[in-house]
Design a protein around this ligand. Structure first.
Ligand code: 13P
Length: 255
């Protein structure tokens, strides 16, 4: 059974005091998760160390701490960047790569993201690789080709064994932070398509083992409906993950 994941992406939000309170709230709950279910918390870089300390103290074996980004080079004169090796040394286990905000605001290209995926994997980090189309592409009806190209150019150099180490997150840009969620049918349609693209390249068995999360205005009120779709393996949650009650309900919506 492939992993089902409720992942929080806090983005650039919260003070340390607020972050510690939210971590305490989340980590104190026992959701009685099934062995194939997991919670991932992608916290801002300065809070990774305290988050890992709190996570260790909590004994929550099905919670993982994630970074929101890493740099493509191993180490050196890259002021302000965080390396995959630093993350691994903190016992951070996941890293979001290719979020649409990184692509749009920081001009990250598919080629750069391929390098980030490689360096993350070389330090045994699990990349949460984001893909998704802007509104103009959705309106033109060319979203499938657009998203397939993102996968092709950033992931297709990986072999069949390695691709299974990734988590993919489909986040249509028009649904991020807009309150405008993709319908569960739209999400399922794209997730099914992405799995078929992976199956074409790597075979159906491999594609069937890759978790594909949906992101874009996931909240307590729509999580269950989205997660009930056969190819939706959980969510990557922005705004709603900052509110303990909301995120708790989203975790409980894992099927
Ligand atoms: P929202 O849940 O705030 O729409 O953000 C989604 C997202 O970008 C998660 O990475």
């Amino acid at each position: 059974m492939r992993q089902q994941i409720a992942a929080a992406n806090w983005k650039m939000n919260l003070t340390i005091g607020q972050a510690e309170k939210l971590l305490d709230d989340i980590l104190s709950v026992d959701w009685a998760l099934k062995p194939w279910q997991q919670v991932v918390l992608a916290v801002p870089a300065p809070y990774l160390y305290p988050a890992v300390q709190k996570w260790k103290a909590s004994g929550q074996s099905q919670v993982s701490i994630s970074a929101q980004n890493c740099y493509s080079e191993k180490s050196g004169a890259y002021t302000g960047e965080t390396s995959a090796e630093m993350l691994a040394s903190l016992v951070v286990t996941h890293v979001i790569i290719g979020h649409s905000e990184r692509r749009e605001i920081f001009h990250e290209t598919n080629a750069l993201l391929a390098k980030k995926v490689d360096i993350a994997l070389s330090f045994n980090l699990t990349p949460i690789f984001c893909c998704g189309e802007p509104l103009s592409i959705r309106e033109a009806g060319t979203q499938n080709a657009f998203v397939a190209k993102q996968l092709e150019e950033s992931l297709y150099h990986l072999d069949a064994e390695t691709i299974q180490k990734l988590v993919i997150a489909y986040e249509p840009i028009w649904a991020i932070g807009t309150g405008k969620t993709a319908t569960s049918e739209q999400a399922q349609e794209m997730h099914h398509y992405l799995r078929s693209v992976l199956a074409h390249k790597y075979g159906a068995a491999v594609a069937g083992r890759v978790s594909i999360l949906y992101g874009g205005s996931v909240k307590a009120a729509n999580a269950q409906e989205l997660f009930s779709q056969p190819d939706v393996d959980g969510g990557l949650v922005g705004g709603a993950s900052l509110i303990h009650k909301e995120f708790d309900a989203i975790i409980r919506a894992l099927k």
